[in-house]
Design a protein around this ligand. Structure first.
Ligand code: ZN
Ligand code: ZN
Length: 369
């Protein structure tokens, strides 16, 4: 695992910083202050909870306090380490030394109060708001990131037979979620990527029906939306199960959702409009008469954040590019009755796609066969 080994990961972090440094060279400021912890980790490898990065067109500095010095030296070996007691003061000193006059900051990640404090500590510096400089780089996953996502999905594959056994008549939704969380941790994951959705019967009509104290009953559909996090990355996948024979309408809903999932996956290739990928699923669901019951986008990017760019929806404007990873998760929700969703993680490749979650069976009839 590249990202589990600072020495192996260092060249990837250096390449990411180099791309941001090139970007800075073309912008109207001397340096970029990276305050988002996720972006700081992306550029450095540092997994702690307090640090900022400063990048210029020619160098990269890592600022943290006493508590994290040792960890930063180990995890972020490629950056110049600066110990600060007070961030604003320490930053002010560094900027003066580097003769930085204009400083880009991440407008989406700095509170008004924090900005006021930074300005106080750096009185002779002009602050320039920026947006999504690092996030834009994060859209395209590198080999180290893709390897991490593969390793996490492999944990889900290993735990899948347990999911199959656990989701049975009489089982309580919450117990299923807790047991799967435990198994994923035992397999080496850092924990659940989010509160698992285990939604049975009428609860399957809730797109975000977090596992409750309800028991699963024969004749119900059960939606399992789960994922594991590790090495700073998230995974997200959904399968819908049937507990014995379910009513014909729910069988039809399941069939349509499966077809919509496959149609959208089929539309994924480099250059494809994200809107068109959404339409591939949406048109099929509309044609089956369930258009109003599919009220969310078809997918979202997933990486260091569970929901990130790009969005795959009818209002998306971008196109799929090699290295993007996003979910394809059409669903149909019938209030008071039930619902279904099937969610895969797709990696856009040079000539098509790789379905990262292809090893997770879509056969809903676990208990019937
Ligand atoms: Zn999900
Ligand atoms: Zn999702």
């Amino acid at each position: 695992m590249i990202l589990g080994d600072p020495a192996a990961a260092a060249p990837y972090h250096a390449a990411r910083r180099a791309r941001v440094m090139r970007e800075i060279a073309s912008r109207p400021f001397d340096a970029l202050l990276v305050t988002s912890l996720v972006n700081t980790r992306y550029l450095s490898g540092f997994s702690g909870s307090s640090a900022v990065a400063l990048l210029t067109a020619g160098g990269a500095w890592f600022l943290t306090d006493f508590r994290y010095l040792e960890q930063a030296a180990r995890e972020a070996p490629g950056m110049a380490l600066e110990r600060v007691n007070d961030l604003a003061e320490g930053l002010g000193g560094l900027l003066a030394r580097l003769e930085v006059r204009t400083l880009g900051f991440e407008a989406e990640h700095v509170s008004v109060a924090k900005l006021a404090k930074l300005r106080q500590g750096c009185p002779n510096v002009e602050f320039v708001p920026t947006e999504k400089i690092v996030e834009t780089q994060r859209l395209i996953k590198d080999e180290a990131e893709i390897g991490t996502l593969r390793a996490l999905v492999a944990m889900l594959e290993t735990a899948m037979p347990a999911a199959r056994e656990l989701i049975r008549p009489g089982a309580v939704e919450r117990d299923v979620a807790v047991e799967l969380e435990y198994r994923l941790r035992a397999l080496g994951g850092d924990g659940p990527a989010f509160d698992f959705i285990v939604a049975s019967g009428a609860r399957a009509a809730l797109p975000h029906g977090v596992a409750s104290s309800k028991a699963i009953e024969p004749g119900e559909v059960v939606t399992l939306d789960w994922g594991v996090k590790g090495w700073g990355y998230y995974t997200d996948t959904t399968r819908t199960f049937t507990i014995g024979a379910v009513e014909p309408r729910m069988q039809e809903v399941l069939r349509v959702v499966n077809e919509a999932n496959l149609a959208a996956l089929d539309a994924v290739r480099p250059g494809a409009e994200l809107r068109a990928i959404d339409a591939a699923a949406r048109d099929l669901i509309k044609a089956a008469g369930y258009g109003d019951q599919f009220g969310h986008g078809t997918g979202h990017g997933v990486g260091m954040v569970i929901h990130e760019e790009p969005r795959v929806s009818y209002i998306s404007t971008g196109v799929a590019e090699p290295g993007m990873v996003f979910t394809i998760e059409p669903g149909i929700y019938l209030p008071g009755i039930g619902g279904a969703r099937v969610e895969d993680m797709a990696l856009v490749t040079g000539n098509g796609l790789e379905i990262l979650t292809r090893g997770l069976s879509k056969d809903p009839l676990w208990l019937a066969r």
